[in-house]
Design a protein around this ligand. Structure first.
Ligand code: 5GP
Length: 201
């Protein structure tokens, strides 16, 4: 069985990243989301084991000690980590893994797995970003301030990603990320085995 690839999707909060990922997973076959571990509180509507694995700081530290994370980071005071076993289990089944993680995480994943594909999502402009954060109504004022302040720095860092998508219109952005995944599946190293078989007649 072939080995799948790792696609990292990062964006400042309010860029529509979660929605884009969800739609991408509905639309593209053989793609699976890597569910992260976090120490943050579960928010209304979230499900343990679906949105995240919600764990306490002690368990998180233990996983760090046991080197169970490909990468882990503190984001807005909470800790988040990508499980090595989860990513391994996805790609070893020949599926592609989607990691919806922040920009520091993306950089660390690229160091650990240089063939990972980094996709950055940009909001179309600052006004839209602010409106989306306010409209979501999920965060406190302080959380929102922090997210807006962090957004500029995050977007500058996204400039080093492999692909950049501007989420001006949701459907278009999902389609563009879909193209990235599908084009990547046609790269020489992934097609080589099949092409060589054809050559053998
Ligand atoms: P939220 O608390 O809003 O779900 O996520 C906050 C930020 O943490 C988002 O940018 C999200 O992508 C990021 N995040 C979620 N899981 C991980 C992870 O496993 N590692 C890293 N580095 N960031 C993560």
């Amino acid at each position: 069985m072939g080995r799948g690839d790792v696609f990292v999707i990062s964006a400042p909060s309010g860029s529509g990243k979660t929605t884009i990922c969800r739609r991408l997973l509905d639309r593209v076959e053989d793609l699976e989301l890597s569910i992260s571990y976090t120490t943050r509180e579960m928010k209304p509507g979230e499900v343990d084991g679906k949105d995240y694995y919600f764990i306490d700081a002690e368990k998180f530290d233990k996983m760090v000690d046991l080197k169970e994370f490909v990468e882990f980071a503190s984001v807005y005071g909470n800790r988040y980590g990508t499980s090595r076993e989860m990513v391994r289990s996805i790609v070893s089944r020949g599926l592609d893994a989607v990691l919806e993680i922040d920009i520091q995480g993306g950089r660390k994943v690229k160091e650990a797995l240089p063939e990972a594909v980094l996709v950055g999502i940009f909001p179309p402009d600052w006004g839209t970003l602010t409106r989306r954060l306010v409209g979501r109504g999920r965060d406190s004022m302080e959380e929102m301030e922090a997210r807006l302040n962090a957004a500029g720095a995050e977007m500058r860092e996204l400039l080093s990603y492999d692909y950049l998508v501007v989420n001006e219109e949701l459907e278009k952005a999902v389609t563009q990320v879909e193209w990235i995944v599908r084009a990547h599946r046609l790269r020489r190293d992934r097609m080589l085995g099949r092409a060589q078989k054809i050559l053998m007649r």
